[in-house]
Design a protein around this ligand. Structure first.
Ligand SMILES: [Zn+2]
Length: 244
């Protein structure tokens, strides 16, 4: 048992007495992840990393945001896209609320690429409004990248890496008999908005080779990512001269 606090399970009287240091908010997406992973994959992963980091830092864990901006896979059944604007406004409200309680650092652990723009804009806006420091982390691409490269040959949406993560977190939600690989030529590492490219990359809402996944690789990756994030939060706290 770590020392993180799930704030939604704490009575109000006790919550008032708690010191408000670091708050962590996981953000996910309700989105199709091939035929083998659950629709809640991104939230499950973000919640898992967020909880580990909260335990490591004795931080306060806030309830997850389940719904996100998921335009690129909105054509698949099971995906719900709330849109960038509504997600931005919703996140501004959540961040303002958390900042107003006196937290010094807020860490947004994002589990879904489509949310990035709205989350960064909301964090920037509320940080400069309130003076609270807000970190936005895309856990799968900002953390433990060396380990990710070492562990996985064919990563991607619902691919080898993400499937491994869910096999570790919630194996009962995975149907490996439905896993199908989908490989494309390497994707240039620049931002491209293109529905045509999305269709080429995700004909079945999968990219990479989920058939190579394993729970053990998922465990190693997730643990490394959580450790990496805890270190980065500590580094930011040190720069801000805060004790974490
Ligand atoms: Zn995902």
């Amino acid at each position: 048992m770590g020392c993180g606090v799930k704030v939604w399970l704490v009575p109000g009287s006790r919550f008032d007495e708690l010191e408000k240091g670091v708050a962590i908010i996981p953000v996910g997406s309700v989105e199709r992840h091939g035929d083998h992973l659950p629709l809640g994959t991104d939230a499950l992963e973000a919640m898992y990393v967020a909880e580990k980091v909260a335990d490591e830092l004795c931080a306060h864990l806030f309830p997850p945001v389940w719904y996100g901006a998921a335009k690129s896979l909105a054509r698949f059944s099971g995906t719900i896209d709330v849109g960038d604007g509504p997600l931005y406004a919703y996140m501004c409200g959540i961040l303002r609320g958390v900042a107003s309680m006196g937290y010094r650092i807020i860490v947004v652990v994002n589990g879904h690429g489509g949310n990035t723009l709205a989350l960064r804009l909301a964090a920037k806006k509320v940080s400069f409004e309130t003076g609270t420091s807000i970190l936005v982390v895309n856990w799968w691409s900002d953390l433990a990248q060396e380990k990710r490269r070492e562990l996985f040959t064919y990563p991607g949406h619902a691919g080898e890496d993400e499937t491994s993560a869910v096999l570790h977190i919630a194996p009962e939600t995975v149907d490996m008999s439905s896993a199908r690989d989908h490989i494309t030529e390497p994707i240039p590492s620049i931002t491209v908005y293109s529905p045509k490219l999305e269709e080429k990359l995700y004909p079945r809402a999968v990219l990479g080779k989920p058939t190579l996944a394993s729970a053990e690789k998922g465990r190693i990756w997730l643990e490394e990512a959580a450790k990496d994030l805890a270190t980065k939060v500590r580094e930011v706290a040190k720069l801000l001269e805060l004790k974490v």
